[in-house]
Design a protein around this ligand. Structure first.
Ligand SMILES: [Zn+2]
Length: 387
């Protein structure tokens, strides 16, 4: 059995920069200068305990150049067989560079930037980024616990020339946000998801998947949350029609996340996200936000590669979106004029955002939380202590 293990030893207990993943740009260049170097690294990452045939799952085989021969099923395979990277027409070096660029910037990169940086066409860059995004899927993560703030936001209405507010879903996508509440206004882990609508039939399964039973959930008086107590949660309700405080004071964390995610879409992606592909973008935002304190560019690079090399990942992961989208109802010259005006305004706003570098994760960490005039805990009966 042949394996390059020992050069990188990619099955360690504790991962170390410079040994298991490149810690700096210089190390990256030195490790992945050739296609063989990239192949060896990915081979070690995928088969650190020895070659396992990706076609029949039998252990053992031998390597010839960049291919592996399985004596059991008598077939050739490679390090990319049955992974997200299989049958790629770009080099492994391009893939590794793309993953490095995407993981080394806290804000991520756009397909336009990647295409111009790597000298590939836009469609290829978009597909690479999309496959990397699918590894950010939050399905298997631990559910949120403690006190959790939940609210919905609506994306896409103004981009489509529709200025209607509220919960109308004619041209908007309903996105639910859940944030763990820490002391002051500090945000713990977050989850985001696009739902078909904001009714309890859509909200409840999502909350059961992402918030641990027994946790306290703080929401507004929306009817979608009425059954939370019967589902095993402690429910804290602040009716916005009766509250003297505005929504961003009562739900400071979800409003911060809503505004940061919108600014991320405008700043990094120039607002150019098709609603059909919103889910992977939100997964990426959540992944980046939840790692904002312990961000190691090399470690993220390592984890993303692991995700890309998972067997059958390409087959089993949701490829595009999980929720059907309503069709935009903009037709005729009036709508087209409104779209053009809206697009011009949008472009100007995007330009300003990019220039000002408004989007900084640091602002969350550096801001001293002012004393809050509102506490959701005061809404809870004293007999029900919150963990
Ligand atoms: Zn085989």
């Amino acid at each position: 059995m042949e394996n390059a293990a020992g050069r990188w030893n990619l099955a360690p207990r504790r991962l170390k920069a410079g040994r298991h993943y490149p810690g700096t740009w210089q190390e990256f260049i030195a490790w992945f200068a050739t296609e063989t170097g990239c192949h060896d690294y990915l081979g070690d990452l995928r088969w650190h305990d020895g070659f396992v045939c990706p076609l029949c799952e039998e252990v053992g085989g031998h390597r010839t150049g960049m291919r592996w021969w399985c004596p059991s099923c008598r077939r050739w395979s490679s390090v990319t067989t049955r992974t997200s990277v299989q049958q790629t027409h770009v080099t492994l070096q391009t893939w590794l560079l793309a993953v490095w660029l995407m993981s080394s910037d806290k804000r991520g990169v756009s397909a336009t930037f990647l295409a111009s940086s790597l000298g590939i066409d836009y469609r290829t860059a978009w597909h690479i980024l999309h496959k990397v995004r699918l590894t950010f899927s939050q399905e298997d993560r631990d559910p949120l616990t403690g006190l959790v703030e939940i609210d919905e936001m609506y994306l896409g209405g103004q981009d489509l020339g529709n200025n209607r507010r509220g919960r109308s879903l004619a041209t908007k996508a309903c996105v639910v946000i859940a944030c763990e509440c820490k002391r002051g206004k500090v945000i713990g882990r977050i989850r985001m998801g696009r739902l078909e609508d904001s009714t309890h039939t859509s909200l409840e399964p999502w909350m059961q998947r992402h918030v641990e039973k027994g946790s306290a959930i703080h929401t507004d008086g929306h009817s979608g949350y009425v059954n939370l107590k019967t589902l095993g949660y402690r429910h804290i309700v602040t009716s916005m029609t009766q509250s003297p405080h505005p929504a961003h004071v009562v739900f400071p964390r979800v409003h911060t996340i809503a505004s940061l995610s919108k600014r991320w879409i405008l700043g990094t992606h120039h607002g150019g996200i098709h609603p059909q592909y919103l889910d992977p973008y939100m997964d990426e935002f959540v992944f980046r936000f939840n790692r904002r304190h312990s961000w190691s560019r090399g470690l993220v690079f390592y984890r993303v590669l692991q995700g890309l090399l998972e067997r059958d990942a390409y087959v089993t992961r949701p490829q595009v979106h999980r929720v059907p989208l309503p069709k935009p109802a903009t037709t005729g010259t009036q709508a087209s004029g409104a779209l053009k005006t809206s697009k011009r305004k949008q472009d100007a706003a995007n330009q300003k955002l990019v220039e000002d570098e408004l989007f900084t994760w640091a602002e969350l960490d550096d801001t001293e939380a002012p004393p809050t005039p509102f506490s959701p805990l005061s809404e809870l009966p004293s007999s029900e202590p919150v963990r």
